[in-house]
Design a protein around this ligand. Structure first.
Ligand code: BG6
Length: 277
């Protein structure tokens, strides 16, 4: 069996979305044949390493983890295809992926859970609906969750990100010091790794592919992580080309600065919409 395998949503007009079951990682989103997501030329598809690019699913931990790998296990295990791609009456195409606890996940995080991840491909939009359920009768668990979106851009130095003004952020490039964003729009011209907290539901990124804008809308994802490794950190990553950093920007909708606490028998839902403007 192949180390990884993919599922394709095809809306017609060269508008497609490809999901690798390894991590339910969205590895391509084409709108009228124009790729919107960055995947490194050095990305490894061995069914073990996280895929460097696209949209890895971060759960149940964001960042380094005492009990398992950085950014949790969801991005390094094979998800189930719960519902194969199906055309809806609107012409949009939907598929559903799921993940449940196994011996492997319980060896790091000893809880039962059920995650469902529904993707809907529209003409110029990609919708993500996430639900996690705690089936336990008595155990509460807590977790982080984040969509680690790598947008493809011609030159990251020309991108502007709206919706961050006034937000407090943790700067991971400065030992986690906290600051408040004073800029109306954020631009990137160096190694950047920030967790913006309690951000608004919408961000717009300018100058993505074809000089267009990308709108991000998020619900129940209070945080926005902004990351670009720049020159030196790019060189330290074996699965990322030394010269690729100008061509990507990670704007990540997450619930990471505080955990989600899920009581027995309850569910948590979050969603994101990406729209090419
Ligand atoms: O190399 P990884 O594990 O995919 O992580 C990439 C980056 O992901 C970002 O979300 C983190 O804020 C960064 O600190 C991290 O370097």
């Amino acid at each position: 069996m192949a180390a990884t395998s993919v599922v394709v949503l095809d809306r017609g007009n060269n508008t497609t979305c490809t999901i690798n079951l390894h991590g339910a990682t969205v590895v391509s989103w084409r709108v009228n044949n124009q790729e919107q997501l960055f995947v490194s030329k050095q990305a490894v598809f061995d069914g073990k390493k996280p895929i460097r690019g696209g949209i890895p699913f971060v759960f149940p931990q964001f960042g380094p983890w005492t009990f398992g790998p950085q950014h949790g296990f969801a991005r390094i295990i094979r998800w189930n295809l719960e519902k194969a791609p199906e055309r809806l009456a609107s012409g949009d195409v939907e598929a559903i992926f799921s993940l449940m606890d196994t011996d492997f996940t319980r060896s790091m995080w000893n809880y039962s859970f059920r995650l469902t991840y529904r993707l809907i491909l529209r003409e110029k939009e990609l919708h993500f609906n996430i639900a996690i359920y705690n089936p336990s009768k008595d155990l509460t668990f807590s977790f982080n969750m984040l969509l680690h979106t790598y947008f493809k851009v011609p030159d990251v130095r020309r991108c502007q990100i709206t919706g961050l003004h006034g937000s407090t952020f943790v700067d991971k490039t400065r030992e986690g010091a906290m600051y408040q964003e004073g800029r109306d729009v954020v631009t990137i011209c160096e190694w950047t790794d920030r967790i913006y907290q309690n951000t608004p539901q919408e961000h717009i990124i300018t100058n993505v592919v074809s000089g267009r804008k990308m709108r991000i809308q998020k619900y129940n994802f209070p945080d926005t992580v902004v990351w670009n490794p720049w020159i030196d950190k790019a060189k330290e990553m074996s699965d990322f080309g030394d010269d690729e950093y100008p061509n990507m920007i990670c704007i990540e909708a997450g619930h990471v600065s505080s955990p989600v606490i899920l009581l027995p028998g309850t569910a948590f839902e979050a969603s994101q919409i990406l729209q090419v403007m």
